[in-house]
Design a protein around this ligand. Structure first.
Ligand SMILES: Cc1cc2nc3c(=O)[nH]c(=O)nc-3n(C[C@H](O)[C@H](O)[C@H](O)COP(=O)(O)OP(=O)(O)OC[C@H]3O[C@@H](n4cnc5c(N)ncnc54)[C@H](O)[C@@H]3O)c2cc1C
Length: 385
C-alpha cells in the first residue's frame, strides 16, 4: 500500500469515485457522445477531485497513488464512457510518468505540480505515420544546435493532442542509430513555433477522446527540455511508461466489462419472450456466465500485474498478459451483450451499442494484441534458450 494514502482513506476515496461515476459521469454519457466533448463542468469537478494528479507524488501536489491503487480506481472509472478517463489519464500516465521516471529534479518541479492540478494538460507522442508497432524505427529527429534541439517529423493518432499544453515527444537524437538506443524524450510546449496539431480524427468509437496528428517543422526547444538531461533515455522510458499504461488499459477494460455485464443482465431479467424473461433461457445464461468468468479472470490478472509493479517487481509480462486478455475479453463480452439485447443492442443511443464500439480500440493502442503476444512469448521462451 502507498505511504501516501492508507487503505481506509483510499477505500473512502473509491466510494466517492463510485458515486461520481453513478451520479455525474453515467448521466452525461449520451451528451458526450453527441457533442464529442466532455463538458467543462465535469472537467472542473475532476480537477477538484484531484484526478489529474492521482499518480503524481504529494511533494509535487498529487495524490501519489500506487500503480495498484490507480488500477483499482481505473476499474471503477472504466464503468463510465471511456472519454471521461481520457480527460486526465494522459496527465496521470503517459504524459507525466515519463517525467516522473526519468526527469531531472528541475523538470519535475517545472511540470509535475501543474500537471497534478490539471493546469497543464499533456500528451505522449510516440506513433508516427511510418512507425506504429515498430516504435523503435521512428524517424522524428531532434538535432542538437547549441543550447537547443531542433525537431522535425510527424506523429500520428496522438490522444489529447488537440487539448494538450505539453507534448512529450520521442525523437531520434542519434542520427547514426536506427534502434531504440538513439531515441530521446523531449518536452515541447504548445505555442512553440513550428509545432502544429491537426484536426481531431473521426473514429469508430470513444467519442469525446480526441486524437490528432502532430507535426514538427524546425521546432526549437531548449536543451533543458531533454527528459533526464541525457540523450538515449527515451525508448527505455517509453517502455517503462507502457508497462503501467498497459495495466491501466487492462483495468479500464475490466471496469467496462462490469458495466456491460450489468447492463446485459438487467435487460435479460426485464425482457420477456415466449412468456418469460429471457434470463430464464439457459442459452442466455451461458453467455452471461462466460462473460462473468472472463471478467473475474481479467480482474484478478490485472490486480496481480498492478501489485507486482507497485512492489517494484518486473511486471512487463504480467502487464502485457493483462492488457492482452482484458482487451480481447471485453470485446467478446460486448459482442455477447449485443446478442443478449437483440435488435435493441444495435441501436445508437444504447450504452451497449456504444461500449461495443468503444471497446474495440483497446486491442490496438498501447501495444496491439499481436505485439503483446510476441512480448509474452519472448519472455516465456527466454527461460528455455
Ligand atoms: C484511439 C487511439 C489513440 C492512440 N493514442 C496514442 C497516443 O496517445 N500516443 C501514441 O504515440 N500513439 C497512440 N496511438 C497509436 C497506437 O499506439 C498505434 O495505432 C498502435 O501501436 C498500432 O500501430 P499502427 O496503427 O501503426 O499499426 P501497425 O503497427 O501498422 O500494425 C498493423 C497490424 O499489423 C500487426 N503487426 C505489426 N507488427 C507485427 C508483428 N511483428 N507480428 C505480427 N503482427 C504485427 C499489428 O498487430 C496490427 O494488427 C493511438 C491509436 C488510437 C487508434
Amino acid at each position: 500500500m502507498s505511504d501516501n494514502i492508507d487503505e481506509e482513506s483510499f477505500a473512502a476515496f473509491l466510494d466517492g469515485m463510485r458515486r461520481f461515476v453513478r451520479e455525474r459521469l453515467v448521466p452525461a454519457e449520451q451528451q458526450v457522445e453527441e457533442e464529442d466533448e466532455v463538458p467543462d463542468s465535469i472537467v472542473m469537478e475532476m480537477m477538484n477531485l484531484g484526478l489529474f494528479g492521482i499518480g503524481i507524488p504529494p511533494e509535487y501536489g498529487g495524490l501519489g497513488l500506487t500503480v495498484a491503487q490507480e488500477a483499482r480506481l481505473s476499474i471503477v472509472l472504466g464503468e463510465a464512457s471511456a472519454a471521461f478517463r481520457f480527460v486526465f489519464m494522459p496527465n496521470v500516465g503517459l504524459g507525466s510518468r515519463s517525467i516522473l521516471i526519468s526527469g531531472t529534479d528541475a523538470q519535475k518541479r517545472a511540470y509535475l505540480p501543474r500537471l497534478a492540478t490539471g493546469a497543464l494538460r499533456a500528451c505522449f507522442c510516440l506513433t508516427e505515420p511510418g512507425s506504429g508497432s515498430d516504435a523503435a524505427s521512428l524517424r522524428t529527429a531532434a538535432r542538437r544546435d547549441g543550447d537547443f534541439y531542433v525537431i522535425n517529423g510527424s506523429k500520428r493518432f496522438i490522444s489529447n493532442a488537440p487539448r494538450a499544453d505539453i507534448f512529450v515527444v520521442m525523437a531520434r537524437t542519434d542520427a547514426q542509430s536506427s534502434s531504440g538506443a538513439g531515441i530521446s524524450a523531449i518536452i515541447v510546449e504548445r505555442g512553440t513555433p513550428g509545432l502544429q496539431v491537426g484536426p481531431a480524427e473521426k473514429k469508430l468509437g470513444q467519442r469525446g477522446a480526441p486524437i490528432a496528428d502532430v507535426t514538427f517543422d524546425d521546432v526549437r526547444v531548449p536543451a533543458e527540455n531533454l527528459i533526464g538531461g541525457r540523450e538515449g533515455l527515451g525508448f527505455s522510458t517509453a517502455m517503462k511508461v507502457l508497462d503501467a499504461g498497459r495495466i491501466s488499459v487492462a483495468a479500464s477494460a475490466v471496469g467496462m466489462a462490469r458495466r456491460i455485464i450489468d447492463e446485459a443482465s438487467r435487460y435479460a431479467v426485464q425482457r420477456t419472450q415466449f412468456g418469460q424473461p429471457i434470463a430464464k433461457f439457459q442459452l442466455i445464461q451461458a453467455m452471461l456466465a462466460d462473460s462473468e468468468t472472463e471478467y473475474l479472470a481479467g480482474h484478478a490478472l490485472t490486480l496481480q500485474a498492478a501489485e507486482t509493479l507497485s512492489r517494484g517487481g518486473d511486471a512487463r509480462n504480467l502487464a502485457a498478459a493483462a492488457k492482452y486478455f482484458c482487451s480481447e475479453s471485453v470485446s467478446r463480452i460486448a459482442d455477447r451483450a449485443v446478442q443478449i439485447l437483440g435488435g435493441a443492442g444495435y441501436i445508437s443511443g444504447h450504452p451497449i451499442e456504444r461500449f461495443y464500439r468503444d471497446s474495440r480500440v483497446l486491442r490496438i493502442y498501447e501495444g496491439t494484441s499481436q505485439i503483446l503476444q510476441l512480448v509474452i512469448a519472448r519472455t516465456m521462451l527466454k527461460g528455455f534458450e
